[in-house]
Design a protein around this ligand. Structure first.
Ligand code: UTP
Length: 293
């Protein structure tokens, strides 16, 4: 079984739903508690054994590249000014992983962003992790490991992570039409943003995928949909229609998807992470209690 150790992290989107915060900084660099969103994503991926991370970037995203660089000057400054205790905050710079970057030169949607990874990924299976979504509080999830294992066991073409969401929110998501039951289930279809009445389940796509390289041909055969964007879900549907094996995997237990794509869920994520902070959480809980009563 080939080990899957490449993850593609699309971060090229404009983040218009978070304007003005995202006018001159990427949404993937917004802090949630102490860290920028994309650092949680990278920590999740490196913890489950990803060795090569390819960011699909675009204009205005240079701060993401800078964030993962080794910053010798900053380290020296901390040492020289007696702030050695802060060096541990930069330990993530030494994660055993290699970073690669490519540009999505036209913003033609998530499907197109994934296609930009083809020259790098070549003919091997790979993970896609959206750079604006954290899985589990403090990125504690190992769903990507479970997905890559299931990918081999099932001889799958695609595995998609799904979260059960309230039906009142289902219209915001790509939704599974499952063929089978259980935490890992085969999928008959994925419906993009259905109404609660049309939705075939309460299972919403949750920002993590594993793909066989055939996804690239499927994306190339996918016509632009809404807003001229090439939808990744349309390419997945094409694979299903051509008889491919597409599975869903549910987030389980305490695993939840924190979507930093809109203010409502960004605020909630920030508050939840800050309240859970080891150092500042207790005082913040007191403050919030006073504020509310
Ligand atoms: P979204 O659709 O939420 O991102 O994509 P967006 O286009 O930035 O959002 P709005 O609607 O303008 O607010 C989810 C992830 O896919 C990336 C985004 O950067 C984000 O991490 N993405 C999206 C791309 O890399 N390229 C695209 O063309 C679209």
């Amino acid at each position: 079984m080939t080990e899957i150790n490449i993850a593609v992290v699309p971060v090229a989107g404009l983040g218009t739903r978070l304007l003005p915060a995202t006018k001159s900084q990427p949404k993937e660099m917004l802090p949630v508690g102490r860290k920028p969103v994309v650092q949680y994503v990278v920590e999740e991926l490196t913890r489950v054994g990803m060795k090569r991370l390819l960011f699909v970037t675009g204009p205005g995203k240079a701060s993401i590249e800078n964030h993962f660089d080794l910053n010798g000057e900053l380290i020296q400054n901390l040492r020289e000014t007696g702030k050695e205790e802060l060096l541990s905050e930069l330990a993530f710079e030494r994660a055993p992983v290699q970073y690669f970057y490519t540009r999505q030169r036209q913003l033609l949607g998530l499907g197109h962003a994934v296609l930009c990874a083809e020259p790098y990924v070549g003919d091997q299976p790979f993970v896609v992790a959206l750079g604006d979504s954290i899985i589990g509080i403090n990125a504690s999830s190992d769903i990507v490991r479970r997905m890559t294992e299931a990918f081999g066991e099932k001889n799958a073409d695609v595995i998609v992570a799904f979260e059960q969401v309230p039906m009142s929110e289902i219209h915001n998501y790509g939704v599974a039409k499952p063929r089978t039951d259980g935490d890992v289930f085969q999928i008959d279809d994925v419906i993009e943003k259905p109404s609660a009445v049309e939705a075939p389940s309460n299972l919403a796509i949750a920002a993590r995928y594993v793909f066989a390289p055939k996804i690239f041909d499927a994306i190339k055969s996918t016509k632009p949909g809404k807003g001229g964007e090439i939808q990744l879900t349309d390419a997945i549907r094409l694979i299903i229609r051509n008889g491919g094996k597409v599975y869903g995997m549910k987030l389980v237990g305490a695993e939840r998807r924190f979507d930093i794509g809109n203010f409502d869920s960004y605020f909630r994520a920030f508050v939840e992470f800050a309240l859970a902070d080891e150092k500042h959480g207790a005082a913040l809980r007191e403050f919030v209690k006073q504020l509310i009563h």
